[in-house]
Design a protein around this ligand. Sequence first.
Ligand code: HSE
Length: 307
Amino acid sequence: MESAEAIAYSSTANLGPGFDILAIAHNAFHDRITASISDTNIEGGIRLHGMAEPLDPLRNTAGLAAYRLLKEMDIRDSIDLHIMKGVPAGYGLGSSGASAAASVAAIDRLFNLGLSPEKKVEFSMAGEVASSGTPHADNVAASIYGGFVVVESISPIKVRRIRISEEFSFITIIPDFRIHDKTRIARRLVPQAVSIQKYVENARYIAELTSGLITGDRELVRSGMNDAIVEEARKPLFPFYDAVKRIMIRNNAAGACLSGAGPSIMGVVDRDTNVRGIRKEAAEYLKSIGIESNIVISNLAGGTSSD
Ligand code: HSE
């Protein structure tokens, strides 16, 4: 095979209390990457084309993930990666994770490697270092497995995709509010130690949220989609977050949280939610403080698919 293509979807990590553990893949956006064997010998083995930012493979999540894969699998061919970015970068929508996942899936297909999903997560997670400085598996796990995922372990990689109620879909408020190097900065704000009270509070949120998503119990989602630790520490970066969340809850979203490391805010919605109200009020509020926004409705997405 001369070339292979893969698609990976956007994702929302953390879902409130599940920092680095919980995520969903949504069909709001996707990246598409084509991998082909180069006819010339490329120094370092990888060349990036298309919407790659940055172009240096070792500083790009798709490039770095590909580099780790080629090295570990002892592949000596040079590779061209053509990147079509659909997931906007810097908005907490798993953009870097989707690029890394699509890159790994395309190369897996190109060389017929038959990599397990765990192995794909491992290589893709290595790519995340290029954007956030530390490897975290939640976004790439969602993009690779699809659906709602729980990262059970990162060494070794263990991920579980869990079926959730079909009652739920998602609304994502994407404020035009960019912070340079945002994920790196947001990860530095995460406290290194927490009190037992906060630990108990968050453990309760995770239990409520996961059981609510699985059973379709919106009250459990409502009380569980909160976070006393990481969102709390990051909130000063996103001064509009509390007000937008209040708008979503007032319009009867089942729950709302910061999407990954922000600034986007993701709401879980069902037939009882006033989605139009959220659209209107959230956009108007953000505009009133000088921030344009894009609002997207989505459903759960599948995992990486390749041709
Ligand atoms: N779990 C990661 C974080 C997701 O919150 O830093 C980043 O998109």
